[in-house]
Design a protein around this ligand. Structure first.
Ligand code: CA
Ligand code: CA
Length: 234
């Protein structure tokens, strides 16, 4: 009994070795090519769905693409096109220059360009994959545009314990009435929220002191900045 079981194991082992080696050496079907996949467009490392570029400025667009077979994708595997503007450069990252011949109305009309990227993996049976992204073209900044005016900035409360947060509110207007954007920079911790009212959360300050929270206010052409101080008890 013991002997026959050992023999069966030996036969089984031999069959499986022969089976796997015949599979290795006589497989008539090479694995099929897999097309590249385009995931996203990014600008400055951030994923973007739509781009905004002001006439006279340029922007670097990167396409995030990969290949399921791990085929190397070289510069020549990427082809870029813009309907209105100009693409400068080659490969996965290129520079986009908006058109300079737009006849701007007052107020400015909407001008949207389309940028298309085509990606191949260089394989003979490969179908290229394409993806487009819209680019909103903004008119050039008027020479007489004035920067935003900051009326006030306040923190509430002005004194907090470590781990607590303070609400920061800024009151700013633009002389031309343009929409304003606010870019907040905390000294430590993080900013919760966006716009003209945010919370500064003091997660990890080192010591009891005043800390300045900065904000840059922009009308899209010109910017100004200010800060407010919050006292943190550690
Ligand atoms: Ca491939
Ligand atoms: Ca302005």
């Amino acid at each position: 009994m013991y002997r026959s079981v050992t023999l069966s194991f030996a036969v089984l082992l031999a069959v499986s070795i022969v089976g796997s080696s015949s599979c290795l050496w006589s497989d008539p079907e090479p694995s099929p090519n897999i097309q590249p996949v385009i995931n996203d467009f990014t600008v400055g490392g951030e994923v973007v769905d739509v781009l905004r570029v002001r006439e006279g400025e340029t922007i670097t667009i990167t396409v995030i693409a990969w290949d399921g077979n791990g085929d190397q994708m070289e510069e020549e595997n990427f082809t870029w096109e813009a309907t209105l503007g100009t693409i400068v450069g080659f490969g996965p990252s290129v520079r986009y220059e908006p058109p300079t011949d737009v006849l701007w109305e007052n107020p400015p009309q909407a001008v949207v360009d389309t940028v298309t990227v085509t990606v191949t993996d260089g394989q003979p049976d490969s179908e290229p994959v394409t993806r487009t992204i819209d680019v909103e073209i903004l008119p050039p900044c008027p020479a007489d545009n004035q920067e935003p005016v900051i009326n006030s900035i306040t923190a509430d409360p002005v004194m907090i314990d470590l781990g607590d947060s303070a609400t920061i509110t800024i009151d700013a207007v633009d002389p031309e009435g343009e929409d304003l954007t606010y870019e907040w920079t905390p000294p430590f911790g993080y900013i919760d929220g966006m716009g003209d009212t945010v919370d500064w959360v003091s997660t990890d300050v080192c010591c009891t002191a005043y800390y300045d929270i900065e904000v840059v206010v922009s009308d899209g052409c010109k910017e100004t900045w200010t800060f407010v101080s919050v006292y943190v008890n550690v």
